[in-house]
Design a protein around this ligand. Sequence first.
Ligand code: KDO
Length: 332
Amino acid sequence: MTRLLSRRWWLALAAALALAPLPASAQNKVLLRVSTPAVADDWHGKMWTVFKEALEKSAPGEFDVQVNLNAALFKQGAEPAAMARGNLELAAISAFDIAKLVPEFSIFTSGYVIRDPAHLQKVFNGPIGDEMFKLVADKMDVTVLSPIYLGTRQVTLRDQRPVKTPADLKGVKLRMPASKEWLFLGEALGASATPLAFGEVYLGLKTGTIDGQDNPLPTVRAAKFYEVTKQIVLTQHLVDGIFIAVSNKAWKAMSPAQQQKVKAAAQAAARFNDENRLKEEGQLVDFFKQQGLTVTTPDVEAFRRTVQQAYAASEYGKSWPKGLLDRIGAVK
Ligand code: KDO
């Protein structure tokens, strides 16, 4: 009798537990953790709020989007490995991060390959993008949801100096993000490339452990690098695209309807970033001049020639699929 009662008691308890509403946090929400080194005031930091809000609207209560800015969750460049380990679902990964695992992609780390933001969009939203993102999905186990425009990278210096050609950057300690693919670009520009995480650049410029850095103008504004910079050299050396990507583990666990909503939210975030960034990029030279900075235009052709030659002769140039450089150039 006692045994019977206790069995019934357990069955009743199990049924009650199955029916009881779970607290909101424990419900079956799809967890989407985002990690980015972007600062809150940068468009590609703000775009993640657009992403989150778009999903809250299209799929109320279905997703738990957790945005971590300032590399608070994973350090810059560590995102793809975290995604592979299942510790991170979403990030905007750079061509440089991709090139480590997909050598063919290093074509987009080379200076002076992509001409301008419109060219960037056409290349990545066409057949070349499809082919390259397929390689990324196969080799990195992530799905690219949308390319975004990070901006056109320029060199900024803490002290003024005449810079016309790459030879004028000789001996300049130019900070680059910490990977050999980035350092190669800095060296190709003629400088002494010095690795440093994004979060340490402001202090490096202020204290003089570095002489300069390279970034798109909207980032120079958002991260306040202009406060510790005297000169901007408009080298225009890299029209920089980064890629909103989701880990395949998270992607495959979603229903087709959820996938469609996540992709739409990523595209809305990308549109927000691209529109604002482009607009601001066009206005910033005036702003920096008002802040007392000198803005100079070098011999861009000389930089183009030197950088292109360096890549062509490098291990990177040799890993580019035959004909791809010409195909990219032919996209109009
Ligand atoms: C940078 O460290 O210079 C860089 O611009 C590299 C980009 O790939 C990207 O990581 C970016 O920083 C961060 O998102 C911060 O803006």
